[in-house]
Design a protein around this ligand. Structure first.
Ligand SMILES: Cc1cc2nc3c(=O)[nH]c(=O)nc-3n(C[C@H](O)[C@H](O)[C@H](O)COP(=O)(O)OP(=O)(O)OC[C@H]3O[C@@H](n4cnc5c(N)ncnc54)[C@H](O)[C@@H]3O)c2cc1C
Length: 445
């Protein structure tokens, strides 16, 4: 048996009493906290373990927000559109297709955007963007400040306080030691389900499958490049590029590919590392070392062999947050399964419409039902973001940044309605929730 010590009991100061506590300030958490306030919750506390907001979209340097539309319909709307419109007002904040061009088949637009991965879908312009992570951090700060969310950065949510299967608050750890926030409703947006797991909610976990959302990463960026030259080379010589991609994978030891950013002179490098468990410190540490060990040899090869990179291209930065694509997934009142995606299943309690991404998987959008955010048993608790209730294959197609934003928006609105009508989140009036979401620009059929 592993050696153990008994931690002495201690009094934990209660620093806040909130209507809603959101743990995790990533895409889902920002949407949940801001929407809870905008929908009427009086005091909303947001706990985030790092020093910035945005989760993978900023700290993870995951700068692509793709596939917001099918045909001419923007299905991932609401706060997604708000993010992109706010970013567009800041110099260098975003590059992407415009709302007005969604669904267009004009050759000049198709030719312009097909250089960028994922902006042309079924020969039509798709709504999406590459964002600057530093500008996004600023935009998200502005959004939570305007909404009067009480933000605690550098505050790591360690466990839920639970009494008789009802969550009553969250204990968090910071430089000030261990403290507690009490709350009427807690929304777990940690991505990893840290809070629902500690509350005793049931969950699924598949760290070792050979599938995108079971692979970890450490993203980095390369500066002093010429993306347009790279894109022209790729489209002129796809076979040559395919051979070089193989060589890059060999050098890195795992799949590694460069992508655009809002700047022509900076590219981000995505990677896919199998066989690592994002809930194990040893594996998290190993990923940080594996990528940093191989980044310079990869860049050296790109500089010598690939048009668009040159002698003075350099390692711009590595992401401050290790990349976790999938982790614990709640067992909720409804579990979205892969067959739902393939059969484009519809639900009366739909709160997010996820566009089809791969035509070989499904031809049209899938509904995410509100029940996928509600734990089977524990009360006063909602879950949003990539850890929502889904099987691993379904989660792979429904856990992208825009999807997490719409799930967060739904959870925030539901929490405010539950408080206002004095019911448990699982008893929220679905029609009232859908009406609130529509009034906030969310697309629902
Ligand atoms: C390398 C990589 C590439 C990807 N590529 C794309 C892509 O191109 N496009 C796309 O749309 N999606 C992509 N994804 C997926 C997408 O980034 C995530 O699914 C999405 O960001 C999940 O949002 P979230 O809010 O659920 O979780 P996260 O973005 O993980 O945010 C969770 C937040 O909670 C905080 N947190 C965690 N635990 C605690 C705790 N205990 N206490 C306090 N705070 C905590 C974290 O610091 C973080 O801020 C990619 C993911 C990775 C890793």
């Amino acid at each position: 048996m592993q050696k153990a010590i008994l931690e002495p009991a201690q009094n934990i100061p209660v620093v806040e009493e909130a209507d809603v506590i959101v743990v995790g300030g990533g895409p889902a958490g920002i949407a949940a906290a801001v929407t809870a306030r905008r929908s009427g919750a009086k005091k909303v506390v947001l706990l985030e373990r790092y020093g910035h907001l945005g989760g993978m979209a900023t700290g993870g340097i995951v700068v692509l927000i793709p596939h917001l539309s099918t045909g001419s319909q923007i299905e991932q709307a609401g706060m997604n559109v708000e993010w992109l419109e706010r970013l567009a007002k800041k110099p260098g904040g975003v590059i992407g297709t415009s709302k007005e061009d969604v669904g267009s088949s004009k050759p000049e637009l198709i030719n312009l955007w097909k250089k960028y991965f994922s902006f042309v879908w079924a020969d039509l312009i798709c709504y999406g963007a590459y964002v600057d992570p530093e500008i996004l951090k600023i935009v998200l700060n502005e959004m939570v400040e305007e909404a009067n969310v009480d933000v605690y950065l550098h505050s790591w949510g360690c466990r839920a306080l639970v009494k008789d299967d009802e969550v009553t608050g969250v204990v968090f750890e910071s430089k000030e030691g261990r403290k507690a926030v009490l709350g009427k409703i807690v929304i777990d947006c940690t991505g990893d389900g840290d809070i629902f797991a500690s509350a005793g909610a049931a969950f699924d976990l598949d760290p070792n499958k050979d599938i995108r959302n079971c692979m970890m990463a450490l993203v980095y960026r390369i500066g002093n490049v010429d993306f347009q030259a790279f894109a022209e080379y790729k489209s002129a010589k796809p076979e040559d590029w395919a051979k070089k991609v193989q060589k890059i994978h060999e050098i890195a030891g795992f799949r590694t590919l460069p992508f655009p950013t809002p700047r022509n002179d900076v590219m981000w490098v995505n990677n896919w590392i199998p066989g690592r468990d994002c809930l194990k410190v040893k594996d998290l540490t190993a990923v940080e070392f594996e990528v940093r060990r191989t980044a310079l040899p990869v860049i050296d090869y790109l500089k010598k062999e690939v048009p668009g990179f040159n002698e003075s291209s350099f390692l711009h930065d590595t992401a401050p947050q290790v990349g976790t694509r999938g982790s614990r997934r709640l067992k909720g009142e409804y579990k979205v399964i892969y067959d739902d995606i393939k059969q484009t299943k519809k639900h009366d309690d739909v709160i997010s419409v996820v566009p089809a991404i791969d035509l070989s998987v499904s031809k049209s959008a899938t509904h995410i039902p509100y029940r996928a955010l509600v734990p089977e048993k524990i009360n006063n608790l909602l879950v949003a973001g990539r850890c929502f209730s889904s099987d691993v294959e379904a989660n792979n197609w429904t856990n992208l940044i825009p999807h997490c934003i719409t799930l967060g928006q739904a959870a925030g609105a539901a929490a405010a309605i539950a408080l206002d009508s004095n019911v448990q989140p699982r008893k929220v009036d679905i029609k009232a929730l859908q009406k609130t979401l529509r009034s906030q620009g969310v697309y629902l059929p």
